[in-house]
Ligand binder design. Structure first.
Ligand code: SAM
Ligand code: SF4
Ligand code: SF4
Length: 354
């Protein structure tokens, strides 16, 4: 916690900090590492990458101090991500520090699950509220082909651990690729029902790092709904009024699932998310070309008030709506070519945190 004398003034109720489209600053995704123990073809198709220098990574104290500033400005939801966040040593210690911040209403983690069976208990004890695990396939050989690794059983063990540990509102995220795993939607829904988790199908996005992306490989929201309607019958949209990226639907038997259709049906108009990279760059959009260097300010001795003033003025000016602009692009192809990614790893999805 910051000493009282340094605590930045709160955004008073009714005067929420909003951007140019009236979107509040509510959710912060914190990438704790750019490294990963999988090589999902849609995210990290290469084996080797230019990694962020270790000395440039924010310490846990620095992350907690920035979280104090962000939450003083209205952020209530903090999600730890990466890369693979469980590769960051002593992660429960960071969770403990963030869990002590009473303004954080929802402290969540997104993980590929490989190490979750080992670390879930310590994370729960440290105060982690929720977890989302990525699961693209139920077939071990398909997992190996998609991720380049042979750890499917560990992912399933991670999901079982999350359930056993009693994490509420468990979610399983599946990126659906045409011709790769688009025949597993119903199987994944059935599996999710069995482990009491809500499955969310994500359209393949043309984010930085997705160097093998093409429109033909996107299994669209419409195709998902068509396939699931054939299998289950009428699907009812829940029509929730929320800023959450997933649109939720109910099957005739009551099972609820979600679709995150960032590629064909972007939801930028309600986007209250921003991202902090492991080395302290703040991005206003998944598609933003540049971030704001908060580490430099922090290490240069900026006070919480100075940080808060800079963050507020930048958020107030925000006009980002990357996915909408991409969707309006006529001839859509790979967003960032590999040579450019090598020169600026911050353009990678695994660096800025999905
Ligand atoms: N490594 C962790 C994981 O996989 O859950 C956290 C980081 S990962 C970048 C966060 C999410 O981004 C994952 O659910 C992943 O499937 C998703 N993702 C990565 N690349 C994507 C792409 N090109 N299109 C859609 N989702 C993507
Ligand atoms: Fe896969 Fe997540 Fe690693 Fe990307 S960061 S390669 S999505 S496990
Ligand atoms: Fe938000 Fe950018 Fe994603 Fe749109 S593309 S939902 S503005 S992060």
């Amino acid at each position: 916690m910051l000493p009282d004398a340094q605590t930045p003034s709160e955004v008073s109720p009714g005067s929420a900090l909003t951007d140019q489209f009236g979107r509040p600053l509510r959710s912060l995704r914190v990438s704790v590492t750019d490294r990963c123990n999988l090589r999902c073809n849609y995210c990290m198709p290469q084996e080797e990458y230019v990694w962020l220098p270790r000395q440039e990574l924010l310490t846990f104290e620095e992350i907690a101090r920035l979280a104090e500033v962000f939450t003083s400005l209205g952020v209530e939801d903090v999600r730890l991500t990466g890369g693979e966040p469980l590769l960051r040593r002593d992660l429960p210690q960071l969770v403990r520090m963030l869990a002590a911040n009473p303004r954080i209403r929802d402290l969540a983690l997104t993980t590929n699950g490989v190490l979750f069976a080992e670390q879930g208990e310590a994370l729960r004890a440290a105060g982690l509220h929720r977890v989302t695990l990525s699961l693209d396939t139920l077939r071990p050989e398909r997992f190996a082909a998609l991720t380049g690794r042979d750890t499917h059983a560990q992912v399933l063990a991670g999901i079982a651990a999350a359930r056993r540990l009693g994490f509420p509102k468990l979610k399983l995220d599946t990126v659906v690729l045409r011709g790769v795993n688009d025949d597993e939607l119903a199987d994944l829904i059935e599996y999710g029902r069995g482990v009491e988790a809500e499955v969310r199908f994500i359209e393949y996005m043309d984010v930085g790092g997705a160097t093998e992306w093409s429109l033909e490989k996107v299994f669209t929201r419409a195709a998902m709904l068509e396939q699931l309607t054939k299998r289950y019958g009428t699907i009812t949209p829940l029509n929730e009024n929320s800023s959450a990226p997933a649109e939720r639907f109910r099957l005739p038997d009551g099972t609820v699932f979600g679709i995150i259709a960032s590629t064909t049906t972007p939801f930028c108009r309600s986007c209250d998310r921003s991202r902090l990279t492991a080395d302290g760059l703040w991005y206003l959009c998944l598609y933003a070309q540049a971030g704001i260097d908060l580490r430099q300010m922090l290490r240069g001795g900026a006070t919480p008030e100075e940080l808060a003033a800079r963050i507020s003025s930048i958020w107030r000016a925000r006009t980002d709506r990357g996915a909408e602009l991409r969707a309006a692009t006529g001839h859509r192809g790979v967003l960032v070519e590999i040579e450019q990614l090598r020169q600026d790893p911050h353009l990678e999805m695994h660096t800025r945190g999905g």
